[in-house]
Design a binder for this molecule. Structure first.
Ligand SMILES: [Zn+2]
Length: 81
């Protein structure tokens, strides 16, 4: 269960879901599906979004950089699957 903003620079506690973004990932450990949720609060979602790698690792990325610039990835302990 998600309890806080997934941006490691924020970590605002989740009290309601009236803004921001929630994603759900489903990974399989054998035949057992493991469902995880990630949330960006409304303030963080203005400048960040989620990125999911081919290894299904969820990261928070800044999305305010000019086009053509490499995106800066922010990873935190809460993102590892
Ligand atoms: Zn936040």
């Amino acid at each position: 269960m998600v309890t806080q903003c997934s941006n490691p620079e924020c970590r605002k506690p989740l009290t309601h879901l009236n803004n921001g973004r929630v994603i759900r990932t489903v990974q399989h450990q054998g035949a057992v599906p493991v469902i995880q949720h990630y949330w960006l609060c409304g303030e963080c979602y203005l400048r960040h979004d989620f990125s999911i790698s081919v290894a299904d690792i969820v990261s928070c990325i800044r999305r305010e950089l000019p086009q053509g610039m490499p995106k800066k990835h922010i990873s935190g302990p809460g993102f590892a699957a």
